[in-house]
Design a protein around this ligand. Structure first.
Ligand code: SF4
Ligand code: SF4
Length: 750
């Protein structure tokens, strides 16, 4: 398509007060592909926007460059339809508001911004959506409270829902609970879980089909067109599904591992699950002799918040013990109850429930660390290091209840992980040898092996990748329901330990995400975090060397591969992060509006002063997700920093192809900075491993620097959180100081 570019420059918001607009117009007009260049006092005003629209119509423009405020401001106003490629050049927050007005260096920065914007606009095309025939049906895996709530919500909204439950009945754990702790003010009375009512509603719902005693044999395909093979008592069934909610819940922490807390020393040491069963099945009795206990001790955090067992808090066990203490006191009014705790965690309004339970004179709360649990005659003796008064206490009880924690159903114990196949071993060895795989990958893949819930046929494993405690991995801050598998959402206590009230809320979130997925996929748009993006990666397969880097590094399992290692893209699984583009050494992955040539041209569009001008140039590749808004916030706060920096926004630092760094060094940039999200266990990267991969690729960059005999300090990566806007000037100015210290790039002018 022939480029017909219109350049529009805003003079409002102090832009014209800081910059020589005529010179900017001159830069734009000097470009042979720019047909029109206009300025306007307030480009975002109705008149300003009308001027752009009229020019698009009258001058036949197909591309528009708007030099004004950040692309994050008024995105809808500057959207002129799918056929018009728009590039926003930020000369407000990133130029006029953070640099000395009417200064030579500020002006040079603005002029480079115009050149970079034109380079981008000339190389980009409006993306065309990837549209395929899809289904909007939803599958919910797990028929407990989370699954039933999610299914009912989606079904009430008009979507067909299939519940797949491996047990013969719906209800999960809640069906087994006689009562639950109160959810309604004033919070004193134990309540019914509401499980039976919900089961009746599910069974009567015209939009819901329930498959009981059924497991998933195989899940293939992609969002909008998942193909599911079910295996149940009634034989096999095939479903076509648009999105999946995994609500497979939790399992209790194995008490056999809790000998320190007395499990196994006496039959009268039981778990909170056994207590629940006992209450549901006729009453509280000592397993050893069937007699009603006169004293019952609850040991809190039995294995929880312990690095040797469950390092996390399961959030509900304290309130479960408060509830079970009420069971004991109601059923056995003569009994005494002891609750031995590290801390009682009964948050928010549940504090009232805790306070109410405390009013009972026969219920004793003791804070301390358990020292020993032993059998003493027909009783159980508990030694406790009391931590409030610093005394050692001994308590003898007829029955001891261990408040054990919750383990997600996705957690695979080491012994359950199958030995790798020969093929997998070969892959791992080759990864080690050529070092193409970033640290941490193996941990994630080994965790997903063996869970066997969804039985995905994805190249990267059969189930949801999990974090170190076995919970499905997602972006824990910004979009907790999303897993690393697009269109599959985890909810309820498989996602995080939670109570039934939180589970119902959580299920609503997952139901909405699953609905959103089937709708946006049908329109050919990306799901979160690039919601609405119509672009997707295209592969120039003729030049593919089957190196497998893209398939290994795609965090979302979007790329399968054939026997030879050629990638087999599944565009509907793709989150459009561009990590495959960054990974590909052959540079054959591109998006219509984001590609290797475009970035190389943007780098080359920047004017590099010669070494005698003493104007170093620093190129900053900046992640669009957190770092770029942070930079804008610094501008909005009018924080000032040096004007030697030139920013290129990236979809994710993981989408950075190292060729751009090579290009930049070869074109004379003195320093290169990568600004992106935090990596590691507490990652904040919106695409999971993007910043980790960028850091890993820095190894190659350092090799390149050695080859060119350039100092390592010239290329650095810095993590920036969304709250770090006040750190921006120091980061940029410190880096400039480093670059001034090492001196100009000797490849300038070559
Ligand atoms: S853009 Fe991201 S999600 Fe899509 S195929 Fe490439 S690496 Fe995978
Ligand atoms: S990274 Fe590039 S060359 Fe390697 S398999 Fe993927 S597309 Fe092919």
């Amino acid at each position: 398509m022939e480029n017909k570019v219109g350049a529009f420059i805003c003079e409002g918001c102090d832009i014209a007060k800081s910059l020589d607009i005529e010179k900017l117009v001159g830069i734009a007009k000097g470009d042979s592909e720019v047909s029109v260049c206009q300025t306007h006092g307030i480009l975002c005003s109705p008149e300003g926007l009308d001027a752009i629209r009229s020019s698009i119509k009258n001058d036949g423009l197909n591309k528009v460059m708007v030099a004004a405020c950040s692309e994050r401001v008024f995105p809808e106003a500057f959207d002129f339809g799918r056929d018009i490629f728009v590039e926003r050049v930020n000369v407000r927050e990133r130029v006029a508001w953070c640099h000395t007005p009417n200064d030579e260096d500020t002006q040079m920065l603005a002029e480079d911004c115009i050149r970079m914007g034109l380079a981008k606009v000339k190389n980009g095309e409006p993306p065309e959506p990837f549209i395929e025939e899809t289904t909007k049906d939803i599958m919910v895996v797990g028929g407990g409270m989370a699954g039933m709530n999610a299914a009912k919500l989606a079904a009430d909204a008009g979507y067909k829902v299939f519940i797949v439950e491996k047990e013969a009945q719906l209800g999960g754990w809640a069906r087994k609970f006689k009562k639950v702790f109160p959810k309604h003010p004033p919070y004193p009375e134990l309540e019914d879980s509401g499980c039976d009512k919900l089961i009746s509603e599910i069974e009567a719902h015209e939009n819901i089909t329930v498959h009981l005693s059924t497991t998933i044999e195989k899940t293939t395909g992609q969002p909008g067109k998942f193909e599911i093979d079910l295996q149940g008592s009634a034989g096999s069934t095939h479903l076509q599904i648009g999105s999946i909610v995994q609500a497979t819940g939790w399992k209790p922490y194995e008490p056999e591992k809790l000998t320190h807390w007395g499990y196994g020393v006496s039959p009268d040491v039981i778990t909170n699950i056994q207590m629940e069963e006992m209450v549901a099945n006729g009453g509280i009795k000592r397993p050893s002799d069937g007699k009603a206990p006169k004293s019952v001790a609850f040991i809190q955090c039995a294995g929880s918040r312990d690095p040797e067992h469950l390092p996390y808090c399961s959030a509900v066990c304290c309130r479960v013990s408060l509830k079970q203490a009420r069971y004991v006191r109601e059923q056995l009014p003569e009994s005494q109850v002891f609750i031995l705790y590290k801390d009682i965690r009964s948050p928010a309004q549940y504090e009232r429930f805790y306070a109410w339970v405390q009013e009972d004179d026969n219920l004793f709360f003791t804070k301390g660390e358990i020292a020993s649990v032993t059998k003493k005659g027909d009783k159980v003796a508990i030694g406790l290091e009391e931590t409030l008064l610093g005394e050692d206490i001994k308590i003898e009880a007829d029955l001891v209840v261990l408040a054990t924690g919750m383990v997600p159903s996705t957690k695979v114990e080491e012994e359950e992980v199958e030995a790798p196949s020969e093929d997998e071993e070969a892959t791992e060895v080759s990864q080690d040898k050529d070092g193409d795989t970033a640290d941490g990958k193996k941990e994630a893949t080994s965790a997903e092996k063996g869970a066997k819930i969804l039985n995905l046929t994805y190249r990267q494993g059969t189930d949801l990748p999990t974090l170190k405690y076995g919970f499905p991995d997602s972006h824990f801050i910004c979009f907790p329901y999303e897993t690393q598998r697009t269109g599959i959402f985890a909810t309820g206590s498989v996602r995080a330990p939670m109570d039934l009230a939180s589970t119902a809320n959580d299920a609503a979130g997952a139901a909405l995400k699953s609905i959103q997925t089937v709708e946006v996929i049908a329109r050919g748009e990306a799901v979160h975090p690039r919601a609405g993006d119509l672009s997707y990666p295209e592969f120039l397969m003729q030049r593919c060397t089957q190196c497998k880097r893209c398939t290994e590094e795609c965090p979302f399992g979007a790329l399968d591969e054939d026997d030879k290692g050629t990638p087999l893209p599944n565009p509907l699984r793709c989150r459009r992060c561009g990590i495959c583009l960054g990974a590909c050494p052959e540079r054959i992955v591109s998006f219509k509006n984001y590609n290797v040539n475009m970035m190389s041209d943007i780098v080359k569009a920047i004017d590099i002063p010669d070494e005698f001008e003493e104007k170093p140039r620093i190129l900053v590749f900046i992640c669009e997700n957190d770092a770029l808004p942070t930079l804008d916030m610094a501008g909005m706060a009018r924080l000032q920093y040096n004007s030697m920096v030139r920013f290129i926004p990236l979809r994710c630092l993981g989408s950075m192809n190292t060729i751009w760094i090579n290009d930049a060094l070869a074109s004379g940039f003195d320093g290169i900075l990568l600004l992106g999200c935090q990596k590691g266990d507490d990652y904040q990267c919106h695409f999971i491993r993007g910043s980790e991969l960028a850091d890993y690729r820095m190894g190659n960059v350092r090799d390149k620097l050695k080859q060119l005999v350039l100092e390592e300090e010239r290329v650095q990566m810095v993590e920036l959180a969304i709250t770090d806007y006040d750190k921006v000037p120091k980061i940029l100015d410190d880096f400039l100081e480093v670059i001034e210290g090492v001196g100009p790039n000797p490849y300038k002018d070559m």
